[in-house]
Design a protein around this ligand. Structure first.
Ligand SMILES: Cc1cc2nc3c(=O)[nH]c(=O)nc-3n(C[C@H](O)[C@H](O)[C@H](O)COP(=O)(O)OP(=O)(O)OC[C@H]3O[C@@H](n4cnc5c(N)ncnc54)[C@H](O)[C@@H]3O)c2cc1C
Length: 510
């Protein structure tokens, strides 16, 4: 495909991280022209590879990837094992953690998630950043996205009907700009978005080292009077130093001597590090843009919210933003947009971001190296050993409680659609690869087929008998897989019309 710089794009995305790439795919799937500007030349990095680049994917992310046919392309999770899984196998297999306190598969009561079908996609998986990004980049390019590497966004200004975006001396024009350019987002800063929140309590270190006398360190995760250290595999260190985030803020190089000093102080040993192979630092700074949109500019992913990586939520949160924004922005670009659709991006995603920031703050609060936090930590640990406790934490960490407030009515309203499987073996995800809404009719009602027809190609009508229907007769599913309307008895077409009018417009798709 040939591209020209003076082409005007429907959307320009700053940042080819997982969130920017996934959003680009969503927009291109709906036939929008998309340019992605990425600062770095080289998409590969040891920090994106196993072990440092391991990321935990939660249920909404897994479902989103599956609904676009991308899950099967991720292979790495079949090879990698969580560092936490040393804790056991089978029912005692660690299934996640809160503040480093593990919960285990065997303690979780999965029957509480009434609408989660057995045999559907997993609730959690491990993935690798580099593989995820390369799968998404390949897909974006297949769909016709222009991806320019070594092209940082350095400035932009909004015009009446678009945005002029500068990358050093080059200028690109788009109808919309989305900043997916990570925690230090240029779009957020240049656009003057307020970024409110709390300052860090610690500097976190992830490092690969050679240790002369590893037996001086205790196995597993160790809370000490000065912080925390964990040796997940020989020489793979994670350290939390409650220095108020001071070292991370200096931006100084991370030397062998420095990591050794910190490790000695935290572990209370005189352990010796012979060599430092790779190291990175992070903090628990927790901030969120107070608005995810300013005119024709949006933020998504780490550009919109940052928090500590404890419990592995940031990537999942960002991909959820992209899945939510993609179809709404595409509908706006294609001019088949109900009033208020774009505003629902902030309305739905900001509260979820807020909850995740609080989830990460709560973890920090019980990890502080001081007696009150220790006491609270012990109580949480006890609760997590109970069935109710383990189930509660699993539901949160795996994202099973994610729900948009789409009104009262059926309990599934606003939830992710269960993975219905039809008698011919197809599942609902198989029917969502093209990113359109679905009217799912389990009863073969002629009026529903006519109704879907009025929405042109925006809503696909599907009828069939699933193996499990939860006594539902029909459902309206948004392109992101969330349920906009659900009926158990004969469908109320007036009710369906009201629900559909919030998300779709009638008429042929363009
Ligand atoms: C140690 C650690 C462990 C983690 N573990 C997990 C986990 O298990 N699960 C989880 O969900 N999350 C985890 N996270 C968080 C997760 O990695 C991030 O939330 C996720 O990478 C955010 O994706 P993104 O696309 O928004 O931003 P990024 O991945 O940061 O991508 C942003 C992209 O924008 C580019 N860019 C920057 N500036 C510009 C510019 N001016 N112009 C153009 N491009 C630009 C960057 O080069 C980059 O490619 C972890 C994070 C850390 C540090």
């Amino acid at each position: 495909m040939t591209f020209h710089d003076n082409e005007r794009y429907d959307a320009i995305i700053s940042g080819a991280g997982p969130v920017g790439l996934f959003l680009a795919c969503e927009l291109a799937l709906a036939q929008c022209s998309v340019l992605v500007l990425e600062k770095t030349e080289d998409p590969t990095s040891p920090l994106k590879r196993v072990p440092f680049g391991i990321r935990g994917l939660s249920a909404p992310t897994i479902d989103a990837l599956h609904r676009r046919g991308l899950l099967r392309e991720l292979q790495i999770h079949k090879r990698i094992q969580s560092p936490h899984q040393h804790a056991g196998e089978g029912p005692r297999r660690q299934a996640g953690h809160f503040a480093g306190i593990p919960f285990h598969d065997g303690d979780i009561d999965a029957t509480r998630w009434t609408y989660r079908l057995p045999g559907s996609t997993p609730t959690h998986l491990l993935s690798e950043m580099e593989e995820l990004e390369s799968v998404l980049a390949r897909r974006a390019e297949t769909l016709g996205v222009r991806l320019l590497r070594g092209a940082a966004v350095t400035g932009f200004h909004q015009t009446g009907d678009g945005v002029a975006i500068h990358s050093h001396e080059r200028t690109f024009e788009g109808q919309w700009l989305v900043g997916c350019d990570g925690s230090r987002s240029a779009v957020r800063k240049l656009g003057g978005f307020e970024f409110a929140g709390t300052e860090p309590e610690f500097t976190g270190y992830t490092a690969k080292v050679d240790i002369a006398d590893p037996k001086k360190l205790k196995p597993g995760r160790n809370m000490t009077p000065h912080g925390m250290y964990l040796q997940s595999q020989p020489g793979h260190l994670a350290i939390q130093d409650f220095d108020g985030g001071a070292f991370h803020a200096t931006g100084m190089p991370i030397t062998r001597e420095h990591v050794q000093d910190v490790l000695r102080r935290i572990s209370g040993t005189d352990v010796t590090i012979d060599a430092l192979h790779i190291a990175t630092t992070w903090t628990d700074r927790a901030r969120q843009a107070t608005a995810y949109r300013k005119g024709r500019v949006f933020l998504a992913g780490d550009a919109a919210h940052i928090h500590s990586p404890l419990g592995g939520q940031g990537l999942n949160l960002g991909l959820g933003d992209a899945m939510n924004l993609g179809w709404k922005l595409a509908a706006t670009i294609k001019k088949h947009v109900p009033h208020g659709l774009l505003d629902s991006y902030h309305a739905e995603r900001h509260p979820i971001g807020e909850r995740i920031l609080d989830w990460s703050r709560a973890q920090v609060a019980i990890m502080r190296p001081e007696p009150h936090a220790r006491a609270l930590n012990g109580i949480v640990r006890d609760l997590m050993k109970t069935r109710d406790g383990a189930t509660y934490f699993a539901g949160k960490v795996w994202g099973l409680s994610t729900r948009y407030p789409l009104g009262d009515g059926h309990p599934l309203l606003g939830s992710s659609v269960p993975e219905f499987e039809f008698e011919d073996g197809r599942t609902i995800s198989d029917l969502m690869h093209d990113g359109r809404g679905v009217l799912l009719d389990f009863a073969g009602t002629a009026s529903l087929e006519r109704f879907a027809g009025e929405y042109g190609g925006h809503i696909v009508y599907v009828t069939g008998h699933p193996k499990e229907s939860f006594e539902l007769s029909a459902l309206l599913i948004r392109p992101d897989g969330f349920i906009a309307w659900a009926s158990e008895g004969p469908p109320d077409i007036g009710d369906l019309h009201n629900a559909a009018a919030r998300w779709f417009t009638r008429g042929a798709s363009s």
